[in-house]
Write a protein that binds this ligand. Sequence first.
Ligand code: SAM
Length: 387
Amino acid sequence: MIVKIDNLSHDLKGIAKVNGKVTFIDNALPGEVVNIKIMEEKKNFNKGKVISYIEKSKDRIENICPYFDRCGGCSFSGTIEYKKNIFRDILRRYANMDINPNVIYGDNIYGYRNKISMKINNGKLSLVEENSTELVDINKCLLCNDKINMVIEKLSVINLDDLKEVIIRGTDSIMVILKGEYDYDIIIKLLEDYVDSIIYNDVCVYGDEYIIINVDKYRYGVFPESFFQVNTLMISRLYDKVKEYAGCGDKLLDLYCGAGTIGIYLADNFKSVRGIEINNAAIKGANLNKEINNINNISFELGNANNINIYEDTLVVDPPRSGLDDKTRNIIINSEVKKLVYVSCNPITLARDINIFKDKYDIIDITLFDNFPNTIHMESVCLLERR
Ligand SMILES: C[S@@+](CC[C@H](N)C(=O)[O-])C[C@H]1O[C@@H](n2cnc3c(N)ncnc32)[C@H](O)[C@@H]1O
């Protein structure tokens, strides 16, 4: 059916009314007229998919990927300006604040990702369609860097039959993570000139147990299961802003520290830094990174953010999409933290948390980063100071 897109939802889906019922549509911008198929009918709303564009928005960024129509990887075709407006709206709605964020732009809308996770479908590498369980066979992903695409191309020539999942990570050096059953010697022979590490069902069967990703003057080791920012080119811009907001001081706590990357990046500006993280592989990476980068004033602890003592006066938090839980927020509110730098990949939970912090903290500045072009995702950093 043919519909006109009225607006964008908070998760950047086009909104149209179909027989009076709100319908959310991926990759559809306000003002566009599109031919859609309903993919899912719920009691109060539908989810739809564009079959063809009848009238396109002048703001549309045309996606050049051959799998764009089917693959769910690229889910948004508007500029960062749309994201900025939605971000502002979310802050108004959930934090009751009207703040115009600064925007830090990226240089590339393709080739920025350092990680891809693919399923196997009839022996071929595939990605899952958005809002569906259908698999789309691919032999490249334009969001990923060239080295990752080279490995995808090499793997596309063989039948991967009993493998279940293949993850490729890295920028300068590349790691391939294989899950399922396979004679991995075949893959080692095929990829040995192109990759630095192959992990087969959690065991390193070729090269190193970790890869190195370079960010500015730092070299970060990344283990298979550990989190790492996916847009390598934007990491230094993001961390520079965190560094600027955190300023200089005595003690810094990097909470949800992952592989210790932010704490290490900021260590020059503090007498001592402590990182806390729940994932063991990430802590292993953090201790390795401390050594590789020769940082002597940092220590890492394995722990849950909601069960800690805070004795630092500067705190950086970089939680998962769920944001901070009640206990963690209370620990922060009852601490002596004067400067709080909140790194967020989910504006809704950021706004919810800011709304609670704002009784005690002033919101000084917010910056939005164009880290995930062609997708609905947003990254931001917010500086809060205790009143
Ligand atoms: C968005 S990542 C940030 C990592 C790091 N700051 C970076 O820039 O690479 C969030 C991290 O929080 C960790 N995490 C999740 N829940 C946690 C919790 N309750 N306590 C401590 N760490 C947690 C995850 O394992 C993950 O490494």
